[in-house]
Every structure is written in C-alpha cells, then in structure tokens.
Ligand binder design. Structure first.
Ligand code: SAH
Length: 205
C-alpha cells in the first residue's frame, strides 16, 4: 500500500481506529477525498487532519467524517438532512449510504463549488440547498437522520423538530473552539444525549 494514498488513509486512520462497517469503508474508497480538497492542499488530501476551504471554513478530518457517519447508523431507507455542506465530502458519503439526502450550505461560493464537485458523482438522491440551515428544511421533513457539520452552542430546536421519533441526530455542540460531539436520539419527542468525544468545529453561523 502506498503511503499517503487513499487506501493508506482508510487503513491508518479509519480501520485502525476501530471503524469496520463495510458499506462505510466502501463509500470512503469510492468518494476520493482529494476531489473535495482545494487545489493548494491536494498534496495533504489523505493526511490525518482537517484542511482549509475558502471563507475560513474547513473540510473535516477523515476520521471525524467516518466517526460521525458511523454514529448515524445509516441504511438504504433513510431520509437524511445535513447542515453544512462545506466541500460536499461528507455529503457524498451520506448519499452512498441512504435513500435521500438534503444538504444545506450558508456560503454561496462553497455551495457552488460543492455542487460542481458533486455533479461528477451523479448522485440522484441528493438535494443541495443554499441557505441558512438553522431552521432545517421543512419541505422534505421529517428526517430519519440529521447531521450538523458546524457547531451550535445548543441544540437548534427547529432542526430537532424535523427528526422522526427514535431518529438520530449527530452534532458538535458547545462554545467556539471546543465542543462535544453528541449523538442525540428522539425519545417520546425529547432529546436523549450521548457524548462521543471532544471536537473542534467551525461555529454554526
Ligand atoms: N462536512 C464538511 C464540513 C464543512 S465545515 C466537509 O467535510 O467539507 C461546516 C460548514 O457549515 C461550512 O461550510 C459553513 O459555511 C457551513 N455553515 C455554517 N453555518 C451554517 C448555517 N447556519 N447553515 C448552513 N450552513 C452553515
């Protein structure tokens, strides 16, 4: 296996950290992270770190993308909402593992770039929306799964309202610079939180 290759990234950063779900590993192999990284950072595309996008945003560390996806426990029947398309990398992986994905991005330039990158994958089950995701996206609600890739200081209630009973929402929640990645399920309409690990995400704008 070539060091600093896609296969190396999956082995060293994902499998060796105990993520073994076959469908997820297949998606990571199919969706090449390099295609989502800006030109000036392509040499570092398979490294164990987040990388800059424009507008002070970042493409997440590969392990964090895999961990959040694993925590969603996706299957091919799921309707999924993502807030924070960014590069579109996490979005494409979600689309490989679910029935339908709606992804929202606030920054118009990032939305446009992600749209172009994702067009190459012909993902027919994907809707990209440019706009503020804080209120979720009612048109295709309710969602079986919801993922936030930018951090609010507390759970946005309008987004949580769009999750089905027993659905799963995965989000970094906390102050800028330091958050806890939470897995939140809906139990009789109420959030039940399980902390996963400490993380550092860009804030939800
Ligand atoms: N998973 C993405 C991470 C993107 S970083 C990737 O791997 O590329 C988080 C993204 O959330 C940024 O692109 C940011 O612009 C976006 N964002 C922040 N606040 C938002 C909001 N209120 N609505 C929609 N998108 C938002």
């Amino acid at each position: 296996m070539n060091p600093h290759s896609l296969e190396w990234m999956i082995q060293k950063q994902i499998i060796s950290r105990d993520i073994h779900d076959k469908a997820l590993l297949d998606a990571l192999l199919k969706i090449d992270r390099r295609n989502f990284v800006p030109d000036e950072w392509k040499e570092l595309a398979y490294e164990d770190r987040p990388l800059p996008l424009s507008h002070r945003q970042t493409i997440s560390q590969p392990y964090i993308v895999a961990l959040m996806t694993e925590q969603l426990n996706l299957n091919a029947s799921h309707n999924v909402l993502e807030i924070g398309t960014g590069s579109g990398y996490q979005t494409a992986i979600l689309a490989c593992l679910s029935r339908n994905v709606v992804s929202m991005e606030f920054v118009p330039t990032l939305y446009k770039t992600a749209k172009q990158t994702l067009a190459a994958y012909n993902l027919a089950n994907l809707t990209l929306i440019q706009g503020d995701g804080k209120k979720g996206w009612k048109d295709q609600a309710p969602y079986d799964r919801i993922i936030l890739t930018a951090a609010p200081t507390e759970l946005p209630i309008l987004i949580f309202d769009q999750l089905i009973e027993n659905g799963i929402l995965v989000a970094p929640i906390g102050q800028p610079g330091y958050q806890t990645l939470l897995r939140i399920t809906k139990n009789h309409g109420n959030p039940v939180e399980t902390p996963i690990c400490a993380v550092r995400f860009v804030p939800l704008i």
